[in-house]
Design a binder for this molecule. Structure first.
Ligand SMILES: *Cc1c(COP(=O)(O)O)cnc(C)c1O
Length: 367
């Protein structure tokens, strides 16, 4: 037999596949239990706007299923452009914002260049970097978050892209307007800085940057956002980037011609228009976050203060084992040992009753 491993590119040979949150059906199959809750992948526990579900039912016609989607995503791009008052030429749509992270790496990075990101940063950054065989410049974190000063020091001539998740997943830490602005001032305009804002809709703090205001001053930034989290459309796969039109044009050249399907395009457009549903999701998240913080304080567990829709807690034991014990209770959370945080669990904020069940299960297994 052929040794296919030796045929793979060097980067791919070393690659660890992305570990996704366990699907409910899988746990049902494995343990034969029902009534499982999943608080593992930062999805919206409310689901999408009911207006979307209604519209998709009507949209589900033989023609709409059989025909290719609008490859340009014209209508959705127009809605996003209107929402933020930016030209449509700045927008690139992706099959989730994940798609965009990959397109950015493919459009700008080759194996002789480097991609920088922080320790504990989102797990997709090493994947898209290694897939190309480029060097990873992983900068030690400070208090679980990005250490921008340190990142500046690590920049070399090879650095082509810097990924910054704001807020970061899995730590929920965030960077203020002032800190990030001072960083951007010191980074060469020849380096692409990606501001991954997958959780932006949840944030109410006035110190949090409105990165859209920076697009003119820093034409080297790419802002990525998604409909998977606060908008509740994770399964449909749709995200977007906002950047200088020249960058958008480059990303557009490497993407699949039909990277976003018709249902996702339709749903995302309605999602943007239903402000009430978004508000409800944000309020529910705030309440749930409080629920977990209170519980962790009562349980004397340290947690990382988070502005996302998830919270990462130190269970002070092997997180993988606690995760397994929680599975038996029908509660799926996310161990983060693969992020170098072996005693932590990341828990997505759910509905109040789901949070209660998760907290009770955690109390039980930690006894
Ligand atoms: C969830 C997440 C994404 C992307 O999700 P998509 O479903 O691909 O849009 C991107 N970045 C971070 C930091 C995330 O947590």
């Amino acid at each position: 037999m052929c040794d296919f491993l030796s045929l793979a590119t060097v980067g791919v040979r070393k690659l660890q596949p992305y570990q996704a949150g366990k699907p409910i059906e899988e746990l049902e199959r494995e343990l034969g239990i029902s009534n499982i809750i999943k608080l593992a992948s930062n999805e919206n526990p409310l689901g999408p706007s009911p207006k979307i579900l209604q519209a998709l039912k009507e949209f589900c016609t033989p023609q709409n299923v059989a025909l290719y989607p609008d490859g340009s995503g014209f209508s959705l791009k127009k809605s996003i452009a209107n929402q933020y008052n930016i030209p449509q030429e700045m927008i690139t749509l992706g099959n989730g914002s994940n798609d965009l992270l990959e397109l950015i790496a493919r459009a700008f990075v080759t194996s002789n260049l480097a991609v920088m990101f922080s320790q504990y940063a989102f797990a997709v950054y090493p994947i898209v970097t290694q897939a190309i065989g480029a060097e990873m410049q992983i900068v030690p974190a400070k208090n679980w978050g990005h250490d921008l000063e340190e990142m500046l020091k690590h920049i070399t001539e090879k650095t082509r892209v810097i990924f910054i998740a704001n807020p970061n997943n899995p730590t929920g830490t965030w960077l203020s307007k002032n800190n990030l602005e001072s960083f951007l001032n010191q980074v060469s305009k020849n380096i692409i800085v990606v501001l991954d804002e997958a959780y932006i809709e949840y944030i109410e703090n006035p110190e949090f940057p409105n990165s859209l205001e920076w697009l003119e001053t820093y034409p080297n930034i790419i802002i990525t956002r998604t409909f998977s989290k606060a908008y509740g459309l994770a399964s449909l796969r749709v995200g977007y980037s906002i950047s200088n039109p020249q960058i958008a044009d480059l990303l557009n050249r490497v993407r699949q011609p039909f990277n976003v399907n018709s249902f996702a395009l339709k749903a995302a457009e309605i999602a943007l228009s239903d402000k009430d549903h978004l508000k409800q999701a944000v309020a529910l998240n705030k309440q749930g976050m409080q629920q977990f913080e209170n519980a962790f304080q009562n349980m004397k567990l340290d947690y990382i203060s988070s502005v996302g829709n998830f919270i990462t807690v130190d269970v002070k034991r092997n997180g993988g084992k606690i995760y397994q014990l929680l599975l038996k209770e029908g509660v799926i959370v996310r161990p983060v040992g693969n992020y170098g945080m072996p005693t932590f669990l990341r828990i997505s904020i759910g509905l109040p009753e789901e949070n209660t069940r998760c907290i009770q299960a955690l109390e039980k297994v930690l006894k």
